[in-house]
Design a protein. Sequence first.
Length: 85
Amino acid sequence: MLSMSLATLGWACWWLDLLLARTVPDFVPNYALVSSVASFFAVAGLVLAFLSIRGRSRLWLGMAAVPLFANASLLSMPWLMQGHG
């Protein structure tokens, strides 16, 4: 649960950056700051998601895959946004 909460906080950084860019362009934070804060949340969430994996059942692996993919996709955002910052 904590790993998914950290993924939510990381994605909130990117969505807040997008909201500020659309509404108040003067207050948009630096790209490196947004990327660093979101990546911090993503790495912490990814570590916690890996620690929560218990290979006892397929159901548990499926439930653990959600925060794994959420944090992994969050880590890919700086690479995807290189040309837009």
